[in-house]
Write a protein that binds this ligand. Structure first.
Ligand code: ADP
Ligand code: MG
Length: 691
């Protein structure tokens, strides 16, 4: 039997398509539920619970819980340790898949031999390959990896005769994705995709928390958010209040804290007004996508709603208002993805006889490039081979010339994922070694080919005069800082000036961490100090204040640190320090960096992210260090380099800052003198890195 599996962050679902009846059905788990929690619980006695049982344990607080591990797919630094064993997200996913498969087999009495698994459209090569391996580890054939919005579009359109263009609007719990597809007699062509991966239903919950706490503060002068357990309870309760507002026009919320009890009514109108900015943020993503692929609302026939958060009545209303197009409510929002995967397993995959009844073509969510030298040879660049929103499968071949006089017989190819010309702003996906070519030193030409297969997995091949060359993969080295240096003459040249602004969260929740923060930042300031390095210090909370302007004397920073106190800029974290920090850094020669240290969830995250983006555009590197309640996905959005988002614990904060100090001293972490991103390159002029 073939099944489709929606391997979700919070819930997973298994479905199958019956050719005889042309019907799709969900295969319930052994608890007769359509959705199985994506949760694993490791008990102290060595027993491992998966799904429903694990979720029960999660509520009770027993054992070690692994949840939301989908976020760590393809990331080797994401691990869960239980009973002395370390599990990667891939291993956890394999355990969950195994359980889903065995439950479905027990339920149907049939053996499952092949599966289609869904992944978010933005999943990269690592994350897709990890998903495939997790499936294979269960002993089944992974027929295909398919993007979630594409699966939703398939379950909606596979049986439709008409020809239409649909915008799939998927607003989930923590992510937002938008995908434009053309459906023509059941054939699906994806035209483009984009998303915001820190925006989702949880932000609407947060708006309710904020409303309640503001009222409470006004009435009693204390803020329930100051107490972690109270805050967490309120966050959970707010999700339920939100769902009540989906059904009724108002909800009354009672909250008790520090002996006070408050009761507040939130109307749907108030809720809509307070969350309008979130809907506007989803609109921005839609507009950016349309713009990217050269379309307008007029090119769209209808909008298809997917994801639990589109149940909120303001969502279809808003979409209809901005687009003027009909908004279609997917009859089973929660199941559309699994059903689409099931249909794919039967109708959209090649059978043993090679027939494929219906076609689906998808696009890449990321650009894929190769590390190359700029034409002048003065720096490394990301030479894009396959642009984002290109059709997959796709294949691109470009000629690369070995510099005359260079007699090398080996070329190293680094595949980069990202839109930036600057290699260190991209993900380094792989390192591939090419050998076996002929090079007499007079400028040999090598063709490098990138292949994106239909699962979104990348393969690199190389050719000389049409002959296939030997290619093998090596692991990407840990130290890739040299990609920011001048090719071949890496450690020479004058020392560059460096400017670093340290921004420290001084909201109330930091009170217990502050002593350690003072020590760590003091050591950091002393270890990076030299005449070429200037440091500045900012404190932030609901407001932002400059504690010390840029100075090359670390002692003035150290003395300022001694006076650091919480609450001086307000108790919450509603402000964003980027604007102030950027002003402090403006017009300074040399590399520029902002280091943010925070322990909490910020009030105005979209604003902070857009300000961080402005910094990036002004060549300021942003590094986000999180402790305590900090949200690592949010830090990643703030950080201008992938490795620049660091989540750590208080007792390891020192190590984290030593890492930053080392990176700073070696000139990596995206700090650079200047970057001209606009150079247009004829590919024949580009030289791949030689070794
Ligand atoms: P994901 O795919 O990100 O795991 P889902 O698509 O399952 O998420 O959507 C989960 C989100 O939908 C949560 O934020 C949840 O609060 C929200 N949600 C579910 N039902 C409703 C409802 N009736 N009204 C408002 N929001 C809802
Ligand atoms: Mg979803």
């Amino acid at each position: 039997m073939k099944v489709g599996i929606d391997l979700g962050t919070t819930y997973s679902t298994v479905a199958r398509y019956d050719r005889k009846t042309s019907r799709t059905e969900i295969i319930n788990n052994l608890f007769e539920k359509e959705l199985t929690p994506s949760v694993i619980c490791f008990l102290e006695n060595g027993e491992i619970l998966i799904g429903e049982d694990a979720k029960d344990m999660q509520a009770g607080g027993a054992g070690t819980i692994a949840a939301s591990f989908k976020r760590g797919m393809g990331d080797n630094s994401f691990t869960v340790e239980a009973n002395g064993k370390v599990y990667t997200a891939e291993e956890l996913s394999a355990m969950l898949l195994k359980k889903l498969i065995s439950d479905a087999e027990a339920k149907t009495g049939e053996k499952i031999d092949s599966v289609v698994i869904t992944v978010p459209a933005y999943f990269n090569d690592f994350q897709r390959t990890a998903t495939i391996r997790a499936g294979e580890a269960c002993g089944v054939k992974v027929l295909k990896i398919i993007n979630e919005p594409t699966a939703a579009a398939i379950s909606y359109g596979y049986s439709k005769e008409s020809d239409k263009t649909v915008l799939v609007y998927d607003l989930g719990g923590g992510t937002f994705d938008v995908t434009m597809v053309r459906i023509n007699k059941g054939n699906i062509q994806v035209m483009g995709t984009d998303g915001n991966h820190i925006l989702g239903g949880k932000d609407w919950d947060a708006a309710i928390v904020k409303f309640v706490c503001e009222q409470f503060v006004e009435e009693f002068g204390v803020d329930p958010r100051e107490d972690e357990p109270t805050k967490n309870e309120l966050i959970v309760a707010s999700e339920n209040y939100k769902k009540v507002l989906t059904k009724t026009d108002s909800v009354t919320i009672q909250i008790k804290y520090e002996g006070y009890s408050g009761k507040y009514t939130l109307t749907r109108n108030q809720f809509d007004m307070r969350t309008q900015f979130l809907l506007n943020a989803t609109k921005d993503v839609c507009m950016k996508l349309l713009d990217d692929i050269g379309k307008t609302w007029d090119d769209i026939d209808e909008i298809l709603l997917v994801g639990g958060s589109t149940r909120m009545p303001q969502v279809p209303k808003f979409l209809n208002m901005i687009s003027g197009k009909p908004v279609i409510d997917h009859a089973d929002t929660d199941l559309a993805v699994a059903k689409g995967a099931a249909i794919t397993s039967e109708l959209y995959c090649s059978t043993s006889t090679g027939v494929r009844e219906k076609q689906v073509t998808d696009v890449t969510a990321h650009s894929l490039g190769v590390l190359a030298e700029s034409p002048g040879g003065d720096r490394y660049i990301n030479e894009v081979m396959i642009k984002r929103n290109s059709k997959v499968p796709s294949s691109v071949r470009k000629a690369f010339k070995i510099a005359p006089g260079n007699m090398t017989d080996i070329i190293e190819v680094y595949t980069l994922q990202g839109e930036s010309k600057i290699p260190l702003d991209c993900y380094v996906l792989a390192r591939v070694i090419i050998s076996g070519f002929y090079n007499s030193g007079d400028g040999a030409t090598i063709d490098i080919e990138y292949n994106y297969d239909e699962n979104g997995v990348v393969k690199v091949s190389a050719f000389q005069d049409g002959e296939r060359l030997e290619v093998y993969s090596e692991s990407v080295p840990d130290d890739i800082a040299w990609m920011g240096d001048k090719p071949e003459s890496r450690s020479t040249g004058a020392p560059i000036a460096k400017n670093v602004v340290l921004c420290i969260d001084l909201s109330r929740s930091m009170r217990n961490s502050l002593d350690e923060v003072r020590n760590v930042v003091r050591d950091f300031a002393l270890s990076v100090a030299d005449e070429n390095t200037k440091l500045g210090l900012i404190g932030f909370g609901d407001k932002v204040g400059i504690i010390r302007d840029m100075t090359s004397d670390p002692n003035t920073i150290v003395s300022a640190l001694d006076g650091l106190k919480v609450n001086v800029y307000g108790r919450g974290t509603d402000a964003s320090p980027f604007g102030t920090a950027a002003t402090m850094l403006s017009n300074r020669p040399g590399g520029k960096m902002i280091v943010i240290l925070t322990d909490g969830i910020w009030g105005k995250r979209d604003f902070a992210v857009s300000e961080a983006l402005n910094c990036k555009n002004s060549n300021i590197a942003v590094v986000g260090v999180g402790i305590g309640e900090a949200d690592v996905a949010f830090l990643k959005q703030l950080s201008t380099v992938e490795e620049g988002a660091m989540y750590t614990t208080l007792d390891r904060l020192g190590e984290t800052f030593s890492t930053i100090a080392r990176a700073l001293n070696s000139g990596s972490m995206g700090m650079r003198e200047s970057a001209e991103g606009s150079a247009r390159l004829g590919s024949a002029e580009v030289r791949a890195r030689l070794r």
